[in-house]
Design a protein around this ligand. Sequence first.
Ligand SMILES: Nc1ncnc2c1ncn2[C@@H]1O[C@H](COP(=O)(O)OP(=O)(O)O)[C@@H](O)[C@H]1O
Ligand SMILES: [Mg+2]
Length: 453
Amino acid sequence: MTEGPAGDLVGRARSGPQLRAAEPANPALPIGRVDAAAAQTQPTGLDELDRVLGGGLVPGAVVLLAGEPGVGKSTLLLAAGARAAASGRVLYVTGEESAAQVRLRADRIGAVSDSLYLAAETDLAAVLGHIQAVDPTLLIVDSVQTISMAGVDGVPGGVTQVREITAALTALAKRRTLTTVLVGHVTKDGSVAGPRTLEHLVDVVLTFDGDPRGQLRMVRALKNRFGPTDEFGCFELAEDGMAGLPDPSGLFLSERHDPVPGTCVTVTLEGRRPLLAEVQTLVCPTAGELPPRRVVSGLDSARVGMMLAVLQRRADLQLGKRDVYAASVGGVRLTEPSVDLAVGLAVASAMADISVPLDLVAFGEVGLAGEIRRVAGVQRRIAEAERLGFRRAIIPAGSVPAHDGRPAGVRRLADVRAVRQAAGPLEVTAVSDMRAAIVAALGRSVSDADVPG
Ligand SMILES: Nc1ncnc2c1ncn2[C@@H]1O[C@H](COP(=O)(O)OP(=O)(O)O)[C@@H](O)[C@H]1O
Ligand SMILES: [Mg+2]
């Protein structure tokens, strides 16, 4: 950098385009004079959404909300838009539905506000016109796939169009400090022209999912330039809109009062939030000469497959001629390795036809040698199990138990079955391998010789 005058810096390359210095729009400032307030988050008013966003929307940020059709993206954003309209003008551009349809939804969910502007538009130039006319502080585009841009190749919703439109709106967002939320559809088959191609163009990528047959919806951050990505927000899709669920634990447990063999409750850590969830399994003899079936839902099928191999080789469970079905309860997706132990215990319980006690939770990663590995957040997991009335926990050896003098009889959710009376600290059993875990949960070991049927 010391050789020659500054002009030479760019002029030295003999070929290629000539580059000249331009007048910058904003001069560089000493960092101490830069105003950090401009990047402070603005809460949307939907607590569960704010939790995922790391407090709220950063002015000028571009957020992509991706989800399958019908999951509730429009409902969520209309609600968020109406809340945000309390502190500034909001422009909601709908390219999918007519303005009247959106108005109907707004009536249904209570999202009518004088500062919430609605435009049914599919042409980007016209959208820009609306932005100029309304001068909003928040722009919602529902969806980016329905907007088209003149002079760009491809059909609306095609990769080229979607990318160009996102790039144009992102540039505008930065220029005007216009917070922008884009809806992106993903299709079940891995999203053609989907939001994945847009991830690097935007600041925040949120995914919105849930079992379409159920009411539960979850928002997660896949990418967040301004905050953590390990949070999730939980909503219930009701007749009158999205209701935040600040306390989702207990939703993923079945409503049984009697123990059933083949099930085991675990505590996963979704971001920083511990979540109780139940693993259910069914093991039955494989018919005839068919290969054994492995059907997995809501769990990581590769990890379940690994657990079955570990059970077979390290705990003498003969699963070679048996069909195994494994699922989570309530449509929750359990992919954290700490779920391994509950899967293993559920399968062992199903094989032996002995129930895991109703008041027991188990968590831990299981290694290929059958060893139980430590997981993060042991204290938080145990505290949550205790809060929901569980009395026993099987955890990895070497984890620190959580008895730190918390008051007994902690708050209990009304919908957690009465069988589980919260009455003090739970009893923790630390185990170092799968065999020991099975004995701790079922009261005895399980080998092929004593498996019924
Ligand atoms: N009138 C209504 N009453 C109750 N629920 C409705 C009504 N209309 C639509 N819904 C539900 O709201 C859900 C979310 O719809 P929507 O927000 O449009 O999803 P997305 O924008 O992700 O496609 C739909 O699955 C639908 O079942
Ligand atoms: Mg929609």
